[in-house]
Write a protein that binds this ligand. Structure first.
Ligand SMILES: Cc1cc2nc3c(=O)[nH]c(=O)nc-3n(C[C@H](O)[C@H](O)[C@H](O)COP(=O)(O)OP(=O)(O)OC[C@H]3O[C@@H](n4cnc5c(N)ncnc54)[C@H](O)[C@@H]3O)c2cc1C
Length: 1011
């Protein structure tokens, strides 16, 4: 054993001895609370229900609501007699049990919250002072969704600072040594509370907005002799937080101020590089600064979020890796003690003893660094550290119960976590020796990602590259292409450079592609940049009837061979196209930013969707492509399989200009049809890019044809064409219904009954229940309604609020809308860009006038860019279900708010409409959630999240009623729409003798047989 390990064990054992002198259970509050926590640690399902109940409780009004929720969360869940008896009893006397429950949960929260307000907290701080424990105070608050919220927060921080300075004027340093490094007043600040529009893609904007808010605050702290710590939040904000800290503290006013600190999270893989950079920066700056080293509070969030988006996970997967890294960073901090003051934020005795042993080894005095622990946790450890002569500071959250719940739930999770030190020591009595082991010894080589087993996303066998005939089906869950993570500077730089390159090609002319030949026609259609309509992104060649005829002929000719091409070969074509789009990802996104006004992340999501369509449909076709035995019967075999339909005509909209075009075209091609694809007139360049991708992927002449032109000319002609067998359309209801009707007429010489895949619009509703989390409901509603200017068919356009919650939601909804960043989406972090063209611009403005005449314009943005088709985000209230703005699709940033009595009425209003595309519900009532899942009429129902952003394979997308013919793009059954089923039966008996084995799958029926 090394000398350091010896010393760690010696010191750790000493801490444990002192801790055991004043034994305290993990949860210091006795009675019910302890029993609940013990049950939570034994039963994961109970823990989930309990924490959810705790989360909703403060927002419930009245005893009956509380009891209803209690019932929904806990009765009949098999949690045992104690819980059942409690629920029964609560039902009998609700007027007693409601308040009692609230009181108990408030008690739980009070255990972790040091005070409601600055006055309240002083009592706690004085008590701690008597125990020689310092403080850092943090303000709890609801999620900041608007600049109004952010301004309120800033004012509260300032008030808190003044009060603390005033109240602690005569306080002295508990150790009386090196006190100049550790001001008595210490405040912890969260940047996301000060600016509502922080966007990881745009650190420059965040810094520009935050620095002016912080300067007066930091200046005042300096005057008052206080210390300010920048807390660290989720990974998305990490780089901005570090950058802002470095930017502001190098300014003349603060360059020589030593009383600012920042947090480094050891669970992050980046943390060592960040800390080294920070130390180099500090050395150049020449003034001390402080670092609070922690492991990190958002482990579950970071792993879930990165898994959902397919991102490299920023945190370690194994707990001992975080512990070991904490020790590496401890060493780095202590080695640089001359420039950085260290605070070790941990309750783990091993991590603490390691810091002590190392400091001792380096000859650093106890008083030159500190240990920081959370209020309400690990009391005996704090006491032990004080007894050992160390500097101890407590992190004291201050705030009301409602915003305190999120914090309470985080602490409860931490305390009951299987991996946590506190649980091991105080609840499970793990031995001191075990708890003091070197974490490096505990790291498992090739350690598994523990989340993997909990998720439906698997990495195995995704888009397989096997050769020859397909002999196995891919039963695996499809794994989506990752979104670009704009948190990285490298991604931001790549996007900027792609935007520059694409701009250099403005004005290029793009050909039609028919039968593999490029054709430039005399008539050109300009495609303009809606943010700057005098800029022409490119020109599309305009096809007329002769070109349309040529395209049908080419497609028809190619069909014979393509329909008899091996499924595997067709699938691989799509996979090659996906790989090319992956390679050209930033470039394609940049084209979308210019041509259709998509913000960066929306453009990237579109390209990702196109890639997913290709890979997902390739997998699906492999599954469908093999003739499958219908039943196992002796002497006969019947194989069910599919044939393509013929020539498919694909008509796509401009709002997902590559994804939707690619989805329909790739489905057509992979199923063995030949395809004529017509992009929207507003997104010809995007369409031409997709054609380039398929050409490079090696599509055979005539299999995919690119025909840009006017829908009214070539569109109508081809829909009515006798040689077109299938029409795949996504667009407006008006055009969709016409196509549906025309395709129903059988023409002379027509071979097939035409199949129409018709995806149309929506008038999507989001219902907000009376117990909903208002911050979340507002944040997601704003994004669903105004993201990409409301030009998604899934966008929210009717917000239905239960009257009980109406004022609370509106109070935050309007400021949130008023805080949105509107502008040219070439800039990162813009949420609202221009609408697609002048016609849309005029139409939406007309709708706003209709709204003004029918309802009340409650909000409209005032400042818009001077040029471009920018529509001010607008919110109407007093909207009634029969009004035009509540019934007609507007396709722009216009939101109608409808007030209803209860959930019955909410569902009547939501369903009482022609459309059924997407719908959403915000609630924390399990019963109401179940009811809405069952009754909301929409193709895609979303609970407690935005109603936009469907992901291929995960959220197969499409509606019914007047929203569409009931197909699901990106779903398992989508390709069937492009196929006709066929069954081949053979009597395999010869003179009573029949083979014993019949394979479940067989090779495709192809003649002549492929080599
Ligand atoms: C005073 C103070 C201030 C803090 N400020 C912040 C802050 O600004 N920002 C912030 O993010 N955190 C902050 N924290 C840290 C956080 O809230 C937790 O309290 C802390 O991570 C718990 O670590 P521990 O060493 O006490 O406990 P331990 O039980 O030793 O460690 C638990 C931690 O290990 C990590 N972990 C858990 N499971 C795994 C796994 N499977 N793989 C890898 N790692 C895992 C997580 O970080 C978890 O919190 C602060 C903590 C304190 C005490």
């Amino acid at each position: 054993m090394t000398a350091v390990q010896n010393e760690i064990e010696r010191r750790g054992s000493r801490i444990f001895e002192l801790v055991d002198k004043h034994p305290e259970p993990l949860f210091s509050k006795a009675g019910l609370y302890q029993r609940l926590m013990a049950l939570s640690m034994r039963d994961e399902q109970f823990k989930v229900q309990l924490f959810r109940f705790v989360d909703v409780l403060p927002s419930l009004r009245g005893s009956s609501q509380i009891i209803e929720h209690l019932d929904e969360y806990f009765s009949d869940n098999g949690f045992g007699p104690l819980v059942d008896a409690g629920v029964r009893l609560a039902r009998i006397v609700p007027w007693v049990s409601g308040p009692l429950l609230r009181w108990n949960v408030s008690g739980m929260a009070r255990q972790f919250i040091a005070g409601r307000n600055p006055d309240d907290v002083m009592a706690t701080l004085r008590k701690r002072r008597a125990q020689k424990i310092g403080f850092t105070v943090d303000l709890l608050g609801e999620a900041v969704v608007s600049e109004t919220d952010a301004d309120k927060y800033a004012a509260r921080y300032l008030d808190l600072l003044e009060r603390l300075a005033q109240e602690t004027k005569n306080w002295t340093d508990p150790l009386g040594k090196n006190s100049e490094l550790f001001p008595v007043v210490n405040l912890s600040v969260k940047l996301s509370a000060l600016y509502s529009q922080m966007n990881p893609a745009d650190p420059v904007d965040a810094i520009a907005q935050l620095a002016p808010k912080l300067r007066p605050f930091l200046g005042r702290a300096r005057e008052l002799g206080a210390f300010i710590n920048f807390d660290m939040e989720s990974y998305a904000h990490k780089n901005t937080t570090l950058e802002l800290f470095k930017t502001i503290l190098i300014e003349n006013e603060f360059k020589d101020w030593p009383h600012a600190g920042i947090v480094i999270q050891a669970y992050l893989r980046d943390s060592e590089a960040d800390l080294r950079e920070l130390i180099d920066w500090g050395r150049t700056r020449g003034t001390r600064f402080a670092v609070r080293l922690v492991k990190g509070a958002y482990w579950d969030y970071e792993t879930t979020k990165s898994l959902q988006n397919g991102w490299a996970c920023p945190v370690y997967f194994q707990k001992p890796q975080s512990d070991a890294n904490f020790e590496t960073l401890t060493r780095l901090l202590l080695e640089n003690e001359s420039i950085v003051t260290a605070a070790f934020g941990s309750h783990n005795v091993r991590s603490i003893a390691h810091a002590q042993a190392l400091a001792e080894d380096f000859g650093i005095d106890h008083s030159r660094f500190e240990f920081q622990l959370l209020y309400g946790m690990a009391g005996p450890i704090k006491r032990a550290l004080v007894e050992m002569g160390y500097r101890v500071r407590e992190y004291c959250p201050v705030g009301e119960l409602l915003p305190g719940m999120a914090y309470l739930v985080r602490r409860l999770l931490e305390n009951t976590s299987n991996e946590g030190f506190l649980r091991a020591k105080f609840a499970e009595n793990v031995s001191a020796k075990e708890l003091l082991r070197d974490p490096r010894e505990l790291i498992k080589l090739n350690g598994e990602n523990p989340m993997k087993s909990q998720t439906t996303i698997t990495t195995q066998n995704q888009h397989r590259q096997n050769s020859g005939l397909v002999d196995t089906a891919s039963d695996d869950v499809y794994r989506n292409s990752p979104l670009v993570n704009f948190v990285y500077k490298d991604s931001q730089d790549k996007m900027r450079s792609a935007l520059r390159e694409v701009r250099n090609r403005f004005g290029e002319k793009y050909p039609l592609v028919i039968g593999g030949e490029k054709l430039w026609t005399d008539q050109l259609t300009p495609s303009v940049n809606p943010s700057a309509p005098d800029e022409i992104v490119g020109y599309g060649s305009e096809a007329g009837i002769p070109e349309a005829e040529r395209a049908v002929k080419a497609a028809r000719e190619a069909f014979g061979k393509w329909s008899r091409t091996l499924v595997e070969e067709r699938a691989r074509l799509l996979e090659r196209a996906a790989d090319i789009m992956e390679r050209r990802r930033y470039e394609l996104s940049a084209v979308e930013v210019f041509e259709v006004g998509k913000p960066w992340n929306e453009a990237d999501a579109d390209i990702r969707e196109a890639i997913d369509f290709c890979r997902f449909y390739a997998d699906q076709m492999r599954r469908l492509g093999r003739p499958k035995l219908t039943q196992r019967v002796p002497g006969e075999e019947s194989y069910h399989h599919y044939w393509p339909r013929g020539v498919a005509f694909v008509i796509a909209p401009w709002n997902f200009p590559i994804a939707i075009l690619c989805g329909m075209a790739s489905a057509g091609v992979v199923t063995g049809n030949t395809v004529i694809m017509k992009p929207s007139e507003q997104s010809i360049v995007c369409g031409a890019m997709l054609m380039q991708v398929f050409e490079e992927a090696g599509v055979l002449p005539g299999v995919l044809n690119f025909l840009s032109g006017h829908g009214s000319v070539i569109g109508a002609h081809l829909v009515d064409h006798k040689d077109v067998d299938l029409i795949a359309f996504t667009g407006s209801r008006e055009v969709g219904l016409k196509i549906w009707e025309s395709a129903g007429i059988t023409l002379s010489g027509q071979r097939e009954l035409k199949r129409v895949i018709c995806e149309m619009g929506g008038k999507n509703a989001m219902i907000v229940d009376s117990d909903a989390d208002v911050g979340e409901a507002v944040g997601y509603s704003i994004y669903s309604a105004f993201g990409y200017q409301g030009q998604k068919c899934s966008a929210l356009s009717r917000l239905i609020l239960l009257e009980e919650n109406y004022d609370r939601v509106m109070e935050r909804l309007i400021p949130a809308a008023a805080s949105l960043r509107i502008g040219n989406p070439e800039e990162p972090g813009i949420m609202v860009g221009p609408v697609i063209d002048e016609a849309a611009y005029r139409r939406i403005l007309d709708y706003i006038e209709v709204g003004k005449s029918e309802a009340t314009l409650a909000y409209q943005a005032k400042e818009l860019p001077p040029q471009g088709y920018f529509i001010p985000p607008s919110i109407f209230t007093d909207v009634k279900p029969n009004m035009r703005i509540a019934r007609e699709e507007i396709f722009g940033p216009v939101l109608s708010v409808l007030k209803v009595r209860d959930l019955d009425e909410a569902l009547d209003v939501a369903n009482g409409i022609d459309y059924a595309l997407t719908g959403g519900f915000f609630s924390r009532s399990p019963d109401n959630i179940e009811r809405v899942k069952a009754q909301l009429e929409a193709g895609n129902v979303y609970i407690n999240r935005s109603c936009t952003g469907a992901i291929v394979g995960r959220h197969p997308f499409g509606g019914f009623k007047m929203s569409g013919s009931g197909t699901k793009a990106g779903g398992e059954d989508y390709l069937l729409n492009f196929l006709v089923p066929r069954v081949v039966t053979e009597n395999t008996t010869r003179h009573g003798f029949a083979p014993e084995q019949t394979p479940e799958y067989r090779d495709e029926f192809l003649w002549p047989r492929p080599n």
